[in-house]
Ligand binder design. Structure first.
Ligand SMILES: *Cc1c(COP(=O)(O)O)cnc(C)c1O
Length: 468
């Protein structure tokens, strides 16, 4: 399997060659030259596999330059009952016949990003060891991504994580989750600046190509291809869990921000998984909903801060992967569309032949508000006795408009309510339960460095730690 860039300017590369990189050299996103196609016989065999076995079948088709035995070890170490709380890894909960929650948040940081990140930590360590290389991951976080990355990379050889976060701006739970890590390869930088400034610093450091090269600076953001393929696995797992035979179709609703999670659903469907609809659910930041309703993709200048903060995005970084498929994988057309974003702020596909293909791919969408979120958390709790977090609630709200008789609807759970207790209190007047072992999280000793949001200071800090 070779990888290309959506912008057409990258010589084909192997999985191992693209694994540690971010954007392709031409500014595009990496994509496989084609999607592996599954036969009916493949699906029949896969139906009976355990999560790690299924993960191997899916991932090995994309990561074909890692020897099978090594890849199996990496996957087995990533998807263990000890890490995800059950051997199912991503179990399904029935709300009522035909309506299900696909639980993706039973990993160490209580959000779906753990599913892909746990694999990433192990595959990074493997590839770095093989190449006798090191990587310094630099990132900025306002919550979920940073903690999932730290829990995946803690203790891994050859990897250090430098994670900037806005000092005093995360919830006490999120803060404690990250800052209580004592692993010597994890560096929490509490910047005395807002999140956007932290992100600007990460960009500035990464744009210093000489520094980036010399200090092996990398990232684990949501455009990382290995994250996307690790997410493809649970669409298969969810499908098999709610169907009896591979003649049936199911729909998925996905709380979306950067389009990484639902992009994995699109890939599963393109490989041959019988998916009826892929429902994209957004919050008040509805740039994706606008596209799927109107054909206009218009990244926003401003983010609205909402009670489903992990979906507060203005520009959906993985969306370019889907558009690449939509325009027949033609980089010239794609470049033209992205040039329009630069020149006029949007592109509009409504009057093009591509628009009809959006429906053919099964995509529909909807948006949710704070009031919808509260109402959904309440109704799901009252009707089914199940407490859901704010992001999952956005999904369940939007899913209601797209249920069809005879087609199971799986709503992807992207976080546990314990992470967003303030809104749970507001909706239900009671606290979200904490998973076992996390009761005293905020009381644990914390390890972090308070620093000014200054590019040179951050660089000096990285230099000092890497030569220590
Ligand atoms: C990251 C995240 C999302 C959005 O996922 P994308 O892959 O960016 O679309 C939704 N919910 C939660 C809780 C998240 O952490």
């Amino acid at each position: 399997m070779k990888y290309l860039s959506t912008r057409g300017g990258m010589t084909p590369k192997t999985f191992s060659e693209i694994l540690l990189g971010g954007l392709a050299p031409d500014g595009g996103l990496v994509m496989p030259e084609s999607y592996p196609q599954l036969s009916r016989a493949d699906l029949d065999t896969w139906r009976n596999l355990s999560y790690p076995q299924l993960a191997f079948e899916v991932i090995s088709r994309f990561a074909d330059d890692i020897p099978a035995d090594d890849l199996k070890k990496i996957i087995n170490a990533s998807y263990m009952e000890e890490i995800f709380g059950s051997s199912a890894i991503t179990p399904v909960k029935t709300l009522e016949p035909g309506l299900y929650i696909l639980e993706l948040s039973n990993g160490p940081t209580l959000a779906f990003k753990d599913v892909a990140m746990q694999f990433l930590g192990n595959v990074f360590e493997y590839v770095l060891a093989r190449e006798n290389a090191e990587l310094n991951i630099l990132g900025a976080t306002s919550g979920d991504t940073g903690s999932a990355a730290e829990y995946a990379m803690r203790g891994k050889k050859g990897v250090r994580v430098f994670m900037m976060s806005p000092h005093g701006k995360m919830s006490p739970f999120q803060t404690a989750q990250m800052y209580s890590l004592q692993d010597p390869n994890i560096f929490n930088i509490a910047a005395t600046a807002p999140f956007d400034d932290c992100q600007d610093i990460v960009k500035a450091v990464s744009n210093d190509l000489a520094f980036k090269e010399k200090y092996k600076i990398g990232a684990v953001n949501s455009i990382n291809w290995a994250r996307v393929i690790a997410q493809v696995v649970y669409y298969f797992k969810g499908y098999f869990a709610v169907t009896q035979s591979n003649d049936e179709t199911v729909s998925f609703t996905v709380p979306s921000g950067n389009f990484g999670n639902v992009c994995a659903g699109h890939i599963a469907r393109s490989m041959g998984l019988p998916i009826a609809k892929l429902v994209v659910a957004t919050n008040e930041n509805d740039v994706l909903d606008e596209f799927f309703r109107t054909g206009v993709y218009r990244p926003r200048p401003q983010t609205v801060h909402t009670s489903s903060p992990s979906m507060d995005i203005t520009k959906a970084s993985n969306f370019e992967r889907f558009v690449f498929d939509l325009v027949g994988r033609n980089p010239a057309v794609l470049n033209g569309l992205w040039a329009q974003i630069e020149s006029q702020g949007y592109f509009d596909l409504k009057e093009t032949p591509y628009w009809a293909k959006v429906a053919d791919y099964g995509f529909v969408s909807g948006a949710s508000s704070h009031a919808d979120r509260l109402a959904t958390i309440r109704s799901v709790f009252e009707r089914y006795g199940v407490m859901v977090d704010t992001h999952t609630a956005d999904g369940i709200k939007v899913a209601a408009s797209y249920r069809e008789a005879g087609i199971p609807m799986l709503c992807l759970e992207t976080a546990l309510p314990a992470k967003f207790d303030e809104t749970i209190m507001e909706a239900l007047g009671r606290h979200a339960p904490r998973p076992a072992g996390l009761d005293n999280l905020e009381a644990l000793p914390q390890r972090f460095e308070v620093m000014a949001a200054d590019v040179e200071a951050i660089k000096r800090y990285i230099v000092a730690q890497t030569s220590a």
